[in-house]
Design a protein around this ligand. Structure first.
Ligand code: PCA
Length: 205
């Protein structure tokens, strides 16, 4: 059956032993979506150039109606809704398997691909749930940007796809970062809005 929503997070990578995006995505996936009659799939992606794409490919082949992606940006203080995915990859930041990308570009496509979602509305939903949040034009030169790009290129124009970077999230023994509860609540609102956007096939940028 065609999933209504695919939610992705990431596993560990150099500098991030426990990735808060995985914790968020697992909590989000546990919400009672079936009560709304929605099929929600989730996945925690590896942070490595080839394997990230290999993990995404079969998930995209199921043709989810909407895609919500999360990753951590540990130096940012706010949640950032990423408006674009750029055609670039860092030649110095090694992935979780210690590799660098082969090229500084990711694919033969244009320099910028626009995310497909009502971006300002999603920002407002996250803010209303109590999170610090802003829109961003820079998803970085690493695997989050690469995965965003891969998902945008691998889906039809009517499928909403958005990437959200989260800061560190507070946990037992480590008080750095933002609180999980408002983040979870705001992310659930974003998820609902994306599925509705997919149903309406209308999502002004
Ligand atoms: N953050 C990295 C990759 C995985 C993650 O959670 C990034 O911002 O590219």
């Amino acid at each position: 059956m065609r999933p209504d929503l695919l939610i992705t997070g990431f596993g560990p990578f150099p500098g991030i032993r426990i990735n808060p995006s995985a914790r968020l995505v697992e909590a989000l996936a546990r919400r009672p979506w079936q009560r709304l009659g929605w099929t929600v799939r989730h996945a925690i992606l590896p942070v490595s150039y080839g394997p990230t794409e290999e993990a995404l490919r079969p998930l995209l082949a199921k043709r989810p109606r909407a895609i919500l992606m999360f990753g951590v940006a540990a130096k940012r203080r706010a949640v950032t809704v990423e408006i674009v995915a750029r055609n670039r990859a860092s030649r110095t930041a090694r992935d979780a398997s210690g590799r660098l990308p082969k090229l500084a570009s990711l694919d033969p496509g244009p320099p910028i691909l626009k995310g497909r979602a009502p971006m300002s509305r999603l920002r407002d939903l996250l803010r209303e749930a109590g999170n610090p949040v802003r829109l961003s034009q820079n998803a970085g030169p690493y695997l989050c940007n690469a995965a965003y790009r891969f998902a945008l290129r691998g889906t039809a124009a009517g499928v909403p796809v958005v990437f959200v970077h989260i800061p560190r999230v507070k946990r037992m023994g480590d008080p750095r970062g933002i609180a999980l509860d408002p983040l979870l609540a705001g992310s659930a609102d974003v998820a609902r809005r994306l599925v509705l956007a997919a149903r309406l096939e209308r999502f002004p940028i």
